[in-house]
Design a protein around this ligand. Structure first.
Ligand code: CO
Length: 193
């Protein structure tokens, strides 16, 4: 397994649409392992393949270390959802409700912003064995899944913020774009891409 560098805001690959995975070939299996290793080493809770420069519809998620606020609205799903999962070729088949929460992103270091997303989603996807699965998720898990699916479509969380709010972040975004940012994990900046 290897830790892959994470592409930062400003790189072109983050704005491209990723392609569906046709089969679980050795390259895709290795990608999944490497993405878990990369996510662990950067303390992330979710990672999309686009963020490591691979335009494949692959997502890894691990929210097992996140303490959810007890009783917080929109945080609990109907049954016990998994905390760690491989999601390939995801499709949201239904969603309901909406709630706002502050998000961050490994591709946009040190920047956070409130994003409104669906409270509960039903998802169809291929798992790590490339078997088709259906999952109903709520709260944080639903949020992370939606954030990562956005990455596969070239969308970043800042795109969901209002124009005035995003304008306030312009200078920070420019710093990241020009590579003037420090991270505890290896990255690829727009200049290096
Ligand atoms: Co992200």
């Amino acid at each position: 397994m290897s830790v892959l560098p994470i592409y930062l805001f400003g790189t072109k690959v983050l704005r491209k649409k990723a392609s569906p995975v046709q089969e679980l070939d050795p390259d895709t299996v290795k990608l999944v392992y490497d993405m878990f290793e990369t996510m662990r080493s950067s303390n992330g809770i979710g990672l999309a393949a686009s963020q490591v420069g691979m335009l494949k519809r692959v997502i890894v998620i691990d929210i097992s270390d996140v303490e959810e606020e007890p009783g917080a609205e929109g945080v609990h799903s109907s049954d016990t959802p998994p905390k760690k999962l491989v999601i390939i070729n995801p499709e949201v088949v239904s969603d309901s409700g909406s709630w706002a929460m502050e998000e961050g992103c490994l591709s946009i270091p040190d920047l956070r912003g409130e994003v409104t997303r669906a409270e509960e989603i039903t998802l169809e996807y291929h798992d790590g064995n490339f078997e088709r699965q259906r999952l109903t998720a709520g709260g944080l898990l639903a949020r992370v899944i939606l954030h990562e699916i956005d990455h596969l479509d070239g969308v970043l969380f800042i795109d969901h913020m209002s124009k005035p709010r995003r304008a306030l972040l312009r200078s920070e975004l420019n710093e990241i774009k020009s590579g003037r940012v420090e991270t505890s994990y290896p990255v690829v900046t727009a200049e290096e891409e």
